[in-house]
Ligand binder design. Sequence first.
Ligand SMILES: *[C@@H]1O[C@H](CO)[C@@H](O)[C@H](O)[C@H]1NC(C)=O
Ligand SMILES: *[C@@H]1O[C@H](CO)[C@@H](O)[C@H](O)[C@H]1NC(C)=O
Ligand SMILES: *[C@@H]1O[C@H](CO)[C@@H](O)[C@H](O)[C@H]1NC(C)=O
Ligand SMILES: *[C@@H]1O[C@H](CO)[C@@H](O)[C@H](O)[C@H]1NC(C)=O
Ligand SMILES: *[C@@H]1O[C@H](CO)[C@@H](O)[C@H](O)[C@H]1NC(C)=O
Ligand SMILES: *[C@@H]1O[C@H](CO)[C@@H](O)[C@H](O)[C@H]1NC(C)=O
Ligand SMILES: *[C@@H]1O[C@H](CO)[C@@H](O)[C@H](O)[C@H]1NC(C)=O
Ligand SMILES: *[C@@H]1O[C@H](CO)[C@@H](O)[C@H](O)[C@H]1NC(C)=O
Length: 415
Amino acid sequence: MSQIEAEQAKLMAKTEQIVVVRKWGIGLSFHSLIALFIAACIITGFFLTKDSKQMVEEDQKNSQNDCDLFSGKWVFDDKSYPLYTEKNCSFMLDDFACEKFGRKDLKYQQWRWQPHDCDLPRFNATALLEKLRGKRLVFVGDSLNRNQWVSLVCLVESSIPAPLKSRDRLFNGSLFTFKAIEYNASIDFYWAPFLVESNCDDPFHHRVQYRIVRIQAIEKHARHWTDADILVFDSYIWWLEDTIKVLWESSENGNATLEQVEMVRRYDMGLKTWADWLEKHVNHTTTKLFFVSMSPSHLRGEEWGMEANQNCYNETEPIFKEGYWGSLSKPKMMQELEATIEKLKMRGVKVDILNITQLSEYRKDAHPSIYRRQWVPLTEEQLSKPPSFSDCGHWCLPGVPDVWNELLYAYLFYF
Ligand SMILES: *[C@@H]1O[C@H](CO)[C@@H](O)[C@H](O)[C@H]1NC(C)=O
Ligand SMILES: *[C@@H]1O[C@H](CO)[C@@H](O)[C@H](O)[C@H]1NC(C)=O
Ligand SMILES: *[C@@H]1O[C@H](CO)[C@@H](O)[C@H](O)[C@H]1NC(C)=O
Ligand SMILES: *[C@@H]1O[C@H](CO)[C@@H](O)[C@H](O)[C@H]1NC(C)=O
Ligand SMILES: *[C@@H]1O[C@H](CO)[C@@H](O)[C@H](O)[C@H]1NC(C)=O
Ligand SMILES: *[C@@H]1O[C@H](CO)[C@@H](O)[C@H](O)[C@H]1NC(C)=O
Ligand SMILES: *[C@@H]1O[C@H](CO)[C@@H](O)[C@H](O)[C@H]1NC(C)=O
Ligand SMILES: *[C@@H]1O[C@H](CO)[C@@H](O)[C@H](O)[C@H]1NC(C)=O
C-alpha cells in the first residue's frame, strides 16, 4: 500500500471521539415548510389543477422505478439547499462541522444531485417519520456511515415541530440512538467498521497499530440490530490497510489461525460472514436492507489535474468531468460486494446497493480538509503544510451525505 493510502487509513481511524451536545433540537416550523412547499409549487407550476399533486406523485412513482438515480450531475442550487443549517443541528459532530471550524466558502452546501433521467423526490422529513412510526432504522458500519447517520438525524430533527421535540442522543457501547418520541421511531448508528468483529470495535479508541479481524464472528455486533426494520450497512476503507491480519477458528480442532490474506479475499470472507448472518437471522419479508457503496477519498490532486502534493485542501468546486473516478475507489472491491449481494438474492434476501461512489467522486470540494476538530494536536511542521493534515475522506455537513439520504429516501418510498 502506498504512503497515501496508509495515511488515509489512519485518518479514518483518528476521528473518533464524540462530544455530547446536550441541547434540544430546534425545529423549522411546520408552517414555514408549507410556505416553502407552496413557493416551490408556484415556481415549478404544477399546482394548476386540484389533483395535480397526486398525479405528480403517481408520475414520480412510475418514472423513478426505471430511472438510474446514481447517474447524473451536480447542479448549483442555492434556492433549495442546504436542507438544514449546521449550527441548528443538535446532533452535529465536530468532525463534520466545517463552518464552525472556519470554512468560509459555503458553496459545498448548495449542490443538488440531478439524475439524468428523472428528479430525486423532495426529502420530506414528516413523511419519513410517518414511515418510520414504531420502527427502527439502524446504520451499521464505519465513520462514513456515521457521517450519513448524523446527516439523516439533522434532516429529520430540523423538521420536527417545536412541541414534538426529539430526544437527546443516547449511547450505550457501540450503539448511538436518536429517537423521535412522538413517532416512536429510532434512527440508530452502530459502530462496526468491518461489520465482523475486530480489535477496532471500540467506538472511541480504535487506533490500533495492527488490525486483526475475526473474520467469522459477527454475533456480538449483530444481536444489537437483529430486530431493526431497516438496515443500512457500509464497510470498505478499513479493509484497505496492508497489515491487517485475519483470525479464524478451524472447525476441525478449534485451533485459531492468524494470517495475512490479500485485500479482496479478506473482504470477501468478511462479507460472507455478514451475508450468512443476514440469511439466517433477519426476516426477509419485513426487513429492508441497504448497502452503501464505497465513499471516495480525494487525496491525489494529480488525478484531477493538480500538483501531486495537492489534495482536497483548498478545493471549492466539484469535478465536472463525467465519469471521473479516483484510484482510491477500487472497482474490484465493488465487484466483490456486488457478487455477494447477487448470491444473497438467489438465496431470497434482497439488499439494495446505494451506489453513491460515482456521484461522490465528483465532490472534491466537499470534504472537511482542515476545517474540523483535530483530536490529536498538530505539530508546527504539519501546521505549515495544511494538505498534510487535511481530512479528504469524511464529508462536511450539510453536504454530500444529505444526498445519500435523499437516495435512501427515494428507495424507501419508490422502489
Ligand atoms: C436556526 O435556528 C435559529 C435560532 O433558533 C432560527 O432563528 C432559524 O430560523 C433556524 N434556521 C433554520 C434554517 O432552521
Ligand atoms: C410531507 O409529508 C406530510 C405527511 O405525508 C404531508 O402531510 C406534507 O404535505 C408533506 N409536505 C410537503 C412539503 O410535501
Ligand atoms: C415502539 O417501536 C418499537 C420498535 O422500534 C416497538 O418494538 C414498540 O412496540 C413500539 N412501541 C409502541 C408503544 O408502539
Ligand atoms: C446497554 O446495552 C446492554 C446490552 O444490549 C443492555 O443490557 C443495557 O440495558 C443497555 N443499557 C442502557 C442504559 O440502555
Ligand atoms: C490443534 O489443537 C490440538 C489440541 O488443542 C493440538 O494437539 C494440535 O497440535 C493443534 N494443531 C495445530 C496445527 O496447531
Ligand atoms: C416475517 O414477518 C412476517 C410479517 O410480520 C411474518 O408473517 C413472518 O412469519 C415472519 N417470518 C419469519 C421467518 O419470522
Ligand atoms: C488556495 O486557492 C486560492 C484561490 O484559488 C489560491 O489563491 C491560493 O494560493 C491557494 N492556497 C494554497 C495554499 O494552495
Ligand atoms: C456503481 O456505479 C458505477 C458507475 O456508475 C458502476 O461502474 C458500478 O458498476 C456500479 N456498481 C454497482 C454495485 O451497482
